[in-house]
Design a protein around this ligand. Structure first.
Ligand code: PLP
Length: 396
């Protein structure tokens, strides 16, 4: 069976050039990057080259890049590294759980120990397109606001937030601004100075690098409390022996992403995504989440009324097509996506939503194959759905 993978926001395949770049660092060049002998110097040089490549992707200085074990750790380091007792933090309701649950932890701490020791968090709403209003950010600022953390691009809808406007508000108020750019890196150009952020998260496996490695951009002069205590790696911002093959892979993925922008890969992906989206929206009782908002070029989130998203994911998987829902499984029950419900979708519609996310490996044929499978599978599931049958009966 031919398999097509359209779940690249979950993870992407490592590009062959990335794998090739990483390979020697598993055996031939195995040194600890902190060792002073030849083996250490060799890997240290590779880590620093990768840092330059990541800095080039972000428009930062190399010294401002801190390597981490991925997006989750970088998000946590930004939040826990800055927020301390008595501080106020501003975030949004549509963040990834790496930010949302870190903020909830700050909040719970406050509940437990009361205002004297904990942090307070404001969760800003989004509009029907999934956008945070910068005016809401401004209004939420208090004298003790220490950090604003608002994502660059949403993982479920691909909606891009007005990060440069938020950066400007933060700078004017003298507040730190962190943005989770895990779903933006490699998909749209990033320039930390244009955004005006102090901290920015990326993750290798979302743009054809390896899993388990990421980076936090930390603007020069930003004092972060480390989360891990140990050696003085990463200028004492992240203790622990560097994951050299992973870091080399992340650096290579950054170089390939820059080359991709120069070739116009992002525009090509957008054209392919747009065809998929246009055709799927021709199916009756469907709709696009995030319509009218700026989006990254690879993502589309579509609801198919009358269908359980999980059932559609499983039915398509049996035919070789991998897609996903934004829904989370909590204690055995499928919960509707917090992102889609925050945008105002009713729970049944949020549960009837599917995310399609493309990667550099996807071809026009992949999309044709998907389009050959989805309409008939949706029709079959709807025929089996009592909700759909009743709705059709009511309408006729
Ligand atoms: N932030 C966003 C927006 C994500 O989509 C993800 C992963 O899905 C993460 C953070 C976490 O990154 P990682 O998987 O590298 O921990």
């Amino acid at each position: 069976m031919r398999r097509v993978y359209l779940d690249n926001n979950a993870t992407t395949p490592v590009l062959p050039e990335v794998l090739e770049a990483m390979r020697p660092y598993f055996d031939e060049h195995f040194g600890n990057a902190s060792s002073i002998h030849h083996h250490g110097q060799e890997t240290r040089a590779a880590v620093e080259r990768a840092r330059e490549s990541v800095a080039a992707l972000l428009g930062s200085r190399a010294s401002e890049v801190v390597f981490t074990s991925g997006g989750t750790e970088a998000d946590n380091l930004a939040i826990f590294g800055l927020a301390s007792a008595g501080d106020h933090v501003i975030t949004s309701t549509i963040e990834h759980h790496a930010v949302l649950n870190a903020c909830k932890h700050l909040d719970q701490y406050r509940d437990k120990y009361r205002e004297t020791t904990g942090c307070e968090v404001t969760y800003l709403p989004v509009d029907g397109r999934g956008l945070v209003d910068p005016a809401d950010v401004k209004r939420a600022i208090r004298p003790n606001t220490k950090l604003i953390t608002i994502m660059f691009a949403n993982n479920e809808t691909g909606v891009v937030q007005p990060v440069a406007e938020i950066g400007k508000i933060a700078a004017e108020a003298g507040i730190y601004f962190h943005t989770d750019a895990v779903q933006a890196a490699g998909k749209v150009p990033i320039d930390v100075n244009k955004i005006g952020c102090d901290l920015l998260t990326i993750s290798g496996h979302k743009f054809h690098g390896p899993q388990g490695v990421g980076a936090l951009y930390v603007r020069k002069g930003t004092l972060l409390e480390p989360m891990l205590y140990g050696g003085s790696h990463e200028r004492s911002r992240r203790a622990g022996t560097e994951h050299v093959p992973g870091i080399v892979g992340l650096g290579k993925a950054a170089e390939l992403a820059i080359a991709g922008f120069e070739r116009g890969d992002d525009k090509k992906i957008a054209t392919t995504r747009d065809r998929l989206e246009r055709e799927l929206l021709k199916i009756e009782a469907t709709g696009l989440s995030g319509e009218g908002a700026p989006r990254v070029p690879n993502t589309t989130n579509i609801y198919f009324d009358g269908i359980e998203g999980e059932a559609l994911v499983i039915a398509l998987d049996l035919k070789g097509l991998a897609v996903s829902t934004g829904a989370a499984c909590s204690s055995g029950a499928i919960e509707p996506s917090h992102v889609l419900t925050a945008m105002g979708l009713r729970p049944e519609r949020a549960k009837a939503s599917i995310r399609f996310s493309l990667g550099k490996q996807n071809t026009a044929e992949d999309i044709e194959l998907a389009l050959g499978l989805i309409p008939e599978t949706v029709a079959r599931l709807r025929n089996l759905s009592p909700v759909w049958t009743k709705a059709v009966a009511r309408a006729t």
